[in-house]
Design a protein. Structure first.
Length: 234
């Protein structure tokens, strides 16, 4: 049986120390995925900071119109002020994000190699079996969690349901840091999804592009059944 991460609703306790409260989420990347994540986090009751690749004023109007309630900042400012950071930039651009402001932070890697955006060359970052590890090398002082990468941006908003809803959609989590995984599970619950801990960070390959999980809307039981038996036994 899969290791299920215990969750509480958003606004409860969590974070880096017992009793800490997560109130602020930074979303780095303001494309379709980042914008949908930001709107979802706002509806869940979080304060949301958003950042693009340049000055805050470059995206201020976009934030006001597309993500009402989000505050535009630079990447460094948003990451520094947030309790948790969500990476939603094109994968090939992840090295353009300065890792220093993310040091010590729980960081959700919501990125995949997507050929229309990232290109079709031989960049090693496109290897779906190791993209999480590649990202972890750059953000080596962060507490990385792979999640939110196997749900479409439309589905993120349309499939959200309250806890306990029959047939509620589930999302997978992979991380070497189980405390960080529990925090992310708490956030996913607030976003409107059940959470299933798939195992260490390298298990992110089981719900990346080309897998059944990546292309399907699954309940918790269905998601568990789609993970390899060897990982479920961990």
């Amino acid at each position: 049986m899969a290791i299920l991460v215990s969750v509480v609703h958003a606004g409860g306790t969590g974070g880096y120390e017992k009793g800490a409260e997560v109130t602020t989420i930074a979303v780095l990347g303001v494309g379709r995925v980042g914008s949908a994540v930001a709107r979802t986090a706002i509806r869940a009751g979080y304060d949301v900071l958003v950042a693009g690749s340049g000055p805050a004023e470059d995206i201020a109007l976009l934030a006001q119109i597309v993500m009402p309630g989000a505050v535009a900042m630079t990447s460094a400012e948003a990451a520094g002020a947030a309790d948790i950071v969500i990476l939603a930039v094109p994968l090939h651009k992840h090295r353009s994000v300065d890792p220093a402001p993310l040091a010590g932070k729980v960081v959700i890697d919501a990125m995949n190699w997507w050929t229309p955006v990232d290109g079709s060359g031989d960049d090693p970052d496109r290897d779906d079996t190791r993209t999480s590890e590649v990202v972890a090398q750059h953000f080596d002082r962060s507490r990385l969690v792979k999640s939110l990468n196997h749900i479409g941006y439309h589905d993120l908003e349309e499939h959200s349901t309250p806890a306990g809803t029959p047939g509620r959609r589930a999302l997978a989590i992979a991380s070497d840091d189980e405390e960080a995984a529990r925090l992310v599970a708490e956030i996913l619950d607030g976003f409107g999804f059940d959470a299933v801990y798939a195992g260490p960070l390298d298990c992110g390959r089981f719900f990346g592009p080309g897998t059944r999980i990546f292309t399907s809307a699954l309940t918790r039981d269905e998601l568990e059944a789609s993970l390899p038996a060897a990982e479920l036994a961990r």
